[in-house]
Design a protein around this ligand. Structure first.
Ligand SMILES: CC/C=C\C/C=C\C[C@@H](O)/C=C/C=C/C=C\[C@@H](O)CCCC(=O)O
Ligand SMILES: [Zn+2]
Length: 624
């Protein structure tokens, strides 16, 4: 457990206390990286990035070294000015490389500008990157590159202190081949043609960010304006559909500012990535990455955009000091995402999402995925020696958000709770903190509510595994209609099903339809005849909504309905979003009839998947 404020229950947080992070081998407690200047060339033939990184290092204590994280980096030389720097590169299990720079005298408070010439590993060796051949892009015009650095993949593209305890500004020059656009998690500051027909794009990120927020995307991209500060980027055949889908982005951003304070990142752009992108969205500053599976055609899956917008405050501005406190990023963001959606589309939607988060995402993760005593069901788990990717689940999102909702209900102070959020975000802006820093600040601002806060089971919520000690109050009426319809599918006679009113389902919102299907999946397996009726009545094999398609596939797989096998294999071959492919491959590997075909499909698709997804599915396949 991190020790930013080990003293339990104290009310005087010291957010500047340096955070110990089990997932870095850098000496981030002795040296800070304040700025990085990148000079990159993207080599699509060798599928790597090469060039240099200039690190502005500041000694926080008297020291004689700078130790950096790396992974599969080839170091070609390190200098400070004209002086060569002696260095050592050592491989470290789980975490990559330890790159030790021997600097001699480096007194506290002094700075050194260290220039590192290097290249990344090629292809999948750079675990943050996926290079895509042009034939596999939507428009087959140019090859494509995108990155995913969270949690600890930045070290595979730049030697750095790959811990959220360190924040740095950065600038970059990136050369890409002719006809390609390159974007970073920064503000574009210009571009120039090179003699060989390529383009050098320049960028600046004036806000200090953690390394997991470094990001690059390059390809045949076009943009459409949503508002003066919001564009959406995508391949030409996708960009107009994306422009329609994400129409409400500016409204969401303005609503987020009312709730959380001024937006400090200048631009909020979206880029729609290829279907292999492993996540729904990634909150890269100035440029949120999103999966094309959000493009349902009816704007029904845009809560992910509200989520990524909220990260502009919870996560990108106030940051978890290490991955044990990931809930400070995600639980807070889910809580704010639902406040934004509630303001824009109705409080009943916020209530609905809170209930489904609790019973369809948090409880199954605790009781089925991990088991109720597992360390990873703790809101603040012990991640010593653990790759944070392995601990990733819905727990920090849903248990964290439920905790904040529970506190809101216990305090019962109306708008004052949101005012507290704004003060918390302003107080810790640009800092990396631990759970106690937030808790102590809450006590500080709610001294008149000390008795209520003292009655909260802090240990139970924060450090005990399993189901939380309390359940927030939920308004159930919208959900009850979904549960009742699901129970009809589980218990009604064939005649009742034959006469079921399909309009009741068709008139529901997509989140309600997903709730109906998730509630059916939670019942005992349906008969094959009932599965066929479900697909037929609700035309589930034709939906463009990936959430509905995913929930439907889980029902049919649970029923071991053989015709679902090709449908499920097509789905996991088409997309790489871990949220979908992990549960579906889990069921396909566990079902004797589909196991071999699933293994064959996975192995055939490895070259077209992001390394993160390959690692996740490989670990599944290894389990019997
Ligand atoms: C306790 C776990 C601690 C740290 C894990 C941190 C990162 C895990 C790494 O795998 C990256 C995750 C990136 C997530 C990006 C988007 C998510 O918010 C949404 C995921 C679900 C979805 O696809 O919608
Ligand atoms: Zn998030």
């Amino acid at each position: 457990m991190c020790l930013a404020n080990a003293h339990e229950g104290s009310h005087h947080s010291a957010p500047d206390a340096l955070m110990r992070d089990a997932a870095t081998v850098s000496n981030n407690e002795e040296v800070a990286i304040r700025h990085i200047s990148l000079d990159w060339t993207v080599d699509f033939d060798r599928q790597c990035i090469y060039g240099s990184a200039l690190l502005k290092c500041e000694a926080l204590k008297d020291t004689d070294k700078v130790v950096l994280d790396g992974r599969e980096l080839a170091i070609h030389g390190i200098t400070i000015g004209d002086t060569k720097v002696d260095y050592d590169v050592e491989n470290v299990a789980v975490f990559g490389q330890r790159i030790s720079l021997k600097l001699g005298d480096f007194p506290q408070g002094s700075t050194k500008d260290v220039l590192i010439k290097y290249s990344t590993g090629e292809g999948p060796k750079a675990s943050a990157l996926q290079f895509i051949e042009k034939e596999l892009t939507a428009d087959k015009v140019k090859p494509y590159l995108y990155s995913q650095c969270q949690a600890i993949h930045a070290r595979s593209i730049v030697p750095c202190m790959d811990t959220p305890a360190n924040k740095q500004t950065y600038d970059a020059k990136v050369k890409v081949p002719e006809g390609m656009v390159c974007l970073l998690s920064a503000l574009g500051t210009g571009n120039e043609k090179t003699e060989d027909g390529g383009t050098i794009y320049s960028f600046n990120q004036p806000m200090p960010i953690a390394s997991y927020l470094f990001a690059i995307v390059a390809g045949a991209l076009e943009r459409r304006e949503i508002s003066p500060r919001c564009d959406v980027w995508a391949e030409p055949s996708v960009v107009d559909k994306a422009r329609y889908e994400f129409e409400d982005t500016e409204k969401m951003l303005a609503t987020a500012e009312e709730l959380m304070g001024k937006y400090v990142w200048s631009r909020y752009d979206l880029v729609v990535l290829p279907p292999s992108f492993p996540f729904g969205g990634m909150e890269n500053p100035c440029l949120t990455f999103v999966t094309p599976t959000l493009i349902a055609g009816d704007r029904s899956l845009t809560s992910v955009v509200a989520h990524e917008i909220a990260h502009s405050w919870t996560g990108n501005l106030v940051t978890n000091g290490n991955w044990e406190h990931f809930w400070l990023n995600e639980g807070f963001t889910v809580f704010c995402e639902r406040k934004i959606m509630g303001r824009l589309y109705g409080e009943s939607l916020r209530q609905f999402e809170n209930i489904t988060g609790w019973e369809d995402r948090m409880l199954p993760t605790i009781n089925e995925t991990f088991g109720p005593v597992h360390n990873y069901t703790r809101l603040v788990p012990d991640l010593t020696g653990v790759d944070p990717d392995d601990a990733f689940s819905t727990i920090p999102y849903e248990k964290g958000s439920a905790f904040l909702l529970y506190i809101e209900q216990q305090l019962n102070i109306g708008e004052r709770y949101e005012q507290f959020f704004r003060e918390y975000l302003a107080h810790f802006a640009q800092k990396s903190i631990a759970t106690d820093d937030w808790k102590n600040f809450l006590y500080e601002k709610m001294q008149d509510k000390k008795e209520i806060l003292d009655n909260i089971d802090w240990i139970g919520w924060l450090y005990n595994p399993g189901v939380p000690p309390n359940k927030p109050t939920f308004e159930e009426e919208l959900v009850q209609e979904c549960r009742d319809l699901a129970n009809l599918w589980g218990n009604a006679s064939d005649e009742e099903i034959a006469n079921i009113d399909v309009e009741q389902f068709n008139k529901m919102t997509s989140v309600q339809q997903v709730k109906v299907l998730d509630s059916i999946e939670a019942l005992s397996p349906l008969s094959h005849q009932r599965v066929e009726k479900l697909q037929e009545k609700y035309r589930l094999n034709e939906t463009c909504n990936c959430e509905i398609r995913f929930s439907w596939l889980l029902i049919a797989l649970k029923a071991k309905w053989t015709p679902v096998i090709p449908q499920a294999l097509a789905f996991v071959a088409e997309i790489g979003r871990v949220k979908y492919v992990k549960p579906i491959y889990t069921k396909l590997f566990a079902w004797e009839e589909s196991r071999e075909k699933a293994i064959e499909t996975f192995k055939k698709n490895i070259p077209f998947m992001h390394p993160i997804t390959v690692i996740v599915i490989n670990s599944l396949m290894a389990k019997k």
